[in-house]
Write a protein that binds this ligand. Structure first.
Ligand code: XIL
Length: 367
């Protein structure tokens, strides 16, 4: 532990007034350490925008220079009913980012999950196309100039690289992806446009992802980057596949971003991040309720350190690395794929204190 604390930079501020002495500790900042390399982001919740998460309060603006709305800009949040939009929270999110000098990655325009119920029940192809077209025009148009990048389409692929049979594919056919990018470009020409998915570092899905990107490019439509979500498991981070993916995606002339990074520690019988997938509770499903054992704490720190060294090796190809949450208490992995577990996937603990993994990422930056 002593070694880790050596990265804790203490600045002693001596104030001469009235002979008082003030000592203030300053923890290193991720966004400062990586400022010449890539953007460093976090997914931010509505609770955090409202200022109701004390553990996250100072971390967001000190540690990160870009934020992604964890849920606030998803279809079901913005579309209460046919023909209606509710931008109140999304607008507040944009104001929050501005006030804290943070860039924004819009997440996400077209996704089969977290769609409003009314959209799922649309039967007519024409009406569904209207839903799709209107959504992109209104949402991307409203935030043009306010978001630096958009996850235009999220999770359109199956694990074998074929197109997922989502309502979008079923109703609109396989050109819907290029259409989504084209429409977004029309209303938000200055925003970087990304395709985002999980497990798209894995060879089969990666091949499908490359084909999907090429199809967009061959249609003469702009695509600027690919997001690898990065929901990985401690001790099993696929470093080789990640490096191959960075190289192969960059060879298409686009940027790569790690968009939803977390390294979870709890048992799982599948990989990836399909939000509709659940797991049964078993006796050992939630082993670290009180605390994380030193060995696992060290393994997750080592994994994060190695990952950031790899990302730095290819920093000319990487635009951004975003963590899926600010601290462990916020992580969606406490409730998915089994609700009510205690997970430890991020760099800050439940009190917002830096973990060994944080110091490991800071150390990786000092190459
Ligand atoms: C998750 C959120 O973190 C949860 O709060 C929500 O209940 C479900 O969605 N891939 C994505 C993200 O693209 O939008 C998902 O976020 C996690 C998986």
């Amino acid at each position: 532990m002593n070694k880790l604390f050596s990265f804790f930079i203490t600045a002693a501020l001596i104030s001469g007034c009235a002979g008082t002495r003030q000592i203030r500790s300053v923890t290193a900042s991720l966004k400062d350490m990586y400022k010449n390399d890539f953007l460093i982001g976090a997914a931010v919740s509505w609770q955090q925008v409202e200022g109701k998460d004390p553990a996250a309060f100072n971390l967001i603006s000190r540690q990160f220079n870009t934020i992604t709305p964890e849920n606030i800009m998803k279809e079901e949040e913005l579309r209460p009913a046919w023909g209606e939009y509710d931008f109140s929270r999304a607008d507040r999110f944009i104001d929050f980012a501005k006030a804290h000098h943070l860039q924004v990655n819009g997440h996400t325009l077209i996704w089969h999950s977290q769609m409003p119920a009314f959209a799922r029940s649309i039967e007519s192809v024409d009406s569904f196309r209207t839903f799709f077209t209107d959504h992109i025009r209104k949402v991307a148009g409203r935030y043009s100039g306010k978001v630096q990048s958009w996850d235009v389409v999220n999770e359109a692929l199956n694990e074998d690289g074929t197109l997922r049979k989502s309502p979008f594919l079923n109703k609109l056919g396989d050109n819907y992806i290029a259409d989504a990018f084209k429409l977004t470009n029309e209303v938000s020409p200055g925003t970087d446009l990304y395709y985002n998915d999980y497990n798209n570092e894995q060879p089969e899905k990666r091949a499908g992802c490359i084909a999907l990107i090429k199809k967009i490019q061959q249609a003469g439509v702009r695509i600027d980057g690919v997001g690898i979500q990065g929901h990985w498991h401690v001790g099993k981070v696929p470093f080789k596949e990640i490096e191959e993916s960075i190289l192969e995606y960059a060879a298409l002339g686009i940027k790569v971003a790690i968009t939803e990074l977390d390294i979870e520690v709890l048992p799982r019988n599948f990989t990836g991040a399909e939000v509709s997938q659940q797991m049964k509770t078993e006796t050992n499903s939630n082993p670290y309720v009180k605390e994380l054992p030193e060995t696992v704490q060290k393994q997750i720190a080592d994994d994060y350190g190695r990952l950031f060294k790899l990302l730095l090796k290819h920093k000319d190809k990487i635009a951004r690395v975003t963590f899926w949450g600010v601290h462990d208490g916020q992580s969606w992995l406490n409730d998915w794929p089994i609700p009510g577990r205690t997970n430890y996937p991020l760099l800050f603990d439940r009190n917002g204190k830096p973990k060994p993994a944080f110091y490991s990422v800071i150390a990786a930056s000092k190459r």
